[in-house]
Each structure stands twice: as C-alpha cells, then as structure tokens.
Design a binder for this molecule. Structure first.
Ligand code: DGT
Length: 231
C-alpha cells in the first residue's frame, strides 16, 4: 500500500522545525503577555524567552525597576540600557534554534514605545535618547535581532490597568492611567499605523481585551500562523 503523502501543513511544520522561527510578543504593560506565553509552553517545539523583570529588581543589589518609577528622570537612561541588554541576550539565545522561539518583547518596543515615551515627557534627555538610538540602530544591523512575526496583544489601557491592579506588582503601584494610554498609542502608532518606519516582521493583532477563554479560541485559530508562519 502507498504511504500517505505529506500535507502542505506537515511540510511547513518540518521546514519551521528545521529553520527555527522567532516570534516577538508585544503589547502594553498588563495586556497579558505572560499568560499568552504560558499557553504555548505545552508545545514541545516551543521555547519561551521571558523578559527578566525579576532580574531588574536586583541589579547588583539595587531594585532598578523601583528606582525607575520612583525617580524616572534620574534612572530612565540606565534602565533603557539595562532593558536593551536583557532583550539582546534573549534575541541572541533564540537565533539559530530549531522550533519556535517566543520572545517576550523585543528591542523594537524598547526603542519605539518606551524610549519614545520617556523622551516625549522630557524624562530622557535628548542626548541620552540620541546615544541610545544610535546603539539601537547599530544593534538592529546585527543578524541576531531577526524576527519572523510580531504578535500584538492589543488591550485597552483600562483593561491593562485592571490586570495590573489584580497582579499588583509593588513597583508599579503608582503608574497612572495616562502612562498606559500613552504607551497604547505608541504601540498602535508603531504596529498598526506604521508611523515608525518599516516593521521588522509581519504583525498579527489579537484582541487581548477578551477574557482568557475567548482569547484562547483566537490563539488556537492563530496558532498555525504563530508556529508555521504565513504560507
Ligand atoms: P504582561 O504579562 O503583559 O502583564 O507584561 P508585564 O507587565 O509583565 O511586562 P512588561 O514588559 O509590559 O513590563 C514589565 C515592567 O517593566 C513594567 O513596569 C514596564 C517595565 N518595562 C518593560 N520594558 C521597559 C522599557 O523598555 N522601558 C521602561 N521604561 N520600562 C519598561
């Protein structure tokens, strides 16, 4: 008897396994990136690279995240360098691995959302912003920051604020809604309205306002895109 011929999907899966595929998960603070990443841990060909927030709470004995929120003007520049280094470590570790590599954020949102916000508020000096931007331009020429897909978990600032309140990270207790509103606009400008120049990869937008059960249906429907890519 003739063996069944491989389907297009199985061939794509094999190709993705062989070459590796890097997916960056982006979205506002509190939008549900960690929940999304956890959902994919069940797949044995998926590796998750989290943003090391806990590491930022103990940098040589200093809680850099807390210092950032307590005195943003003073600490925004070193904090952006710290985040950039952490995320570069994730980018580099993910490259060249077989299977699917899910990155929590990327150096692209550091640049286009956080650095931009801090500069617009006068909390990052234009010289600091300029030097950081030059670093980012240089880093982006590096083959290690390649991304195949960006998943944008899009939730309203109000929903993000509620989820932040539920998890209540001590350092974030004084974050105003205006900050989440501004970050939301910056993510939209970057990923939806494409105001920040060419995007590093195609964008898949998921409605992250939905409760987990409904979002899971959308994630399941999008899993082929996330894991295999667009045919
Ligand atoms: P999730 O799972 O969607 O709730 O995501 P979070 O809140 O665990 O992760 P994220 O990346 O949105 O933020 C973690 C904390 O670190 C939050 O207080 C914002 C801050 N943060 C992350 N990246 C940057 C950055 O590049 N610059 C600045 N200033 N803050 C950042």
């Amino acid at each position: 008897a003739q063996s069944a011929s491989p389907t297009l999907a199985s061939l794509q899966r094999e190709e993705a396994q062989r070459k590796g595929r890097i997916v960056a998960v982006e979205g506002n603070i509190g939008c549900g990136k960690s929940t999304f990443l956890n959902y994919f841990r069940k797949y044995n060909n998926v590796q998750v690279f989290e943003e090391p927030v806990d590491k930022w709470k103990d940098v040589m004995g200093y809680n850099a995240l807390d210092m950032l929120y307590k005195d943003t003007q003073r600490w925004s520049c070193p904090f952006e360098f710290l985040v950039t280094l952490s995320l570069m470590e994730n980018h580099r570790a993910a490259q060249g691995q077989p299977g699917v590599q899910l990155l929590e954020r990327s150096i692209y949102s550091t640049r286009h959302c956080f650095m931009e916000y801090l500069r617009s508020q006068g909390q990052l000096h234009s010289l600091d912003h300029g030097i950081l931007t030059d670093w980012h331009t240089w880093l982006q020429q590096d083959e290690h920051v390649h991304v195949d897909l960006i998943v944008y978990l899009r939730a309203t600032p109000e929903v993000c604020a509620h989820r932040m309140w539920l998890r209540s990270r001590a350092e974030e207790s004084d974050i105003p809604l205006e900050y989440l509103r501004a970050l939301h606009e910056l993510h939209d400008d970057w990923l939806l309205h494409r105001k920040r120049g060419e995007l590093p990869a195609p964008v898949l937008v998921l409605d992250a306002n939905k409760n987990l059960q409904d979002l899971q249906r959308d994630i399941d429907a999008a899993s082929q895109d996330i894991i295999l890519g667009h045919p």
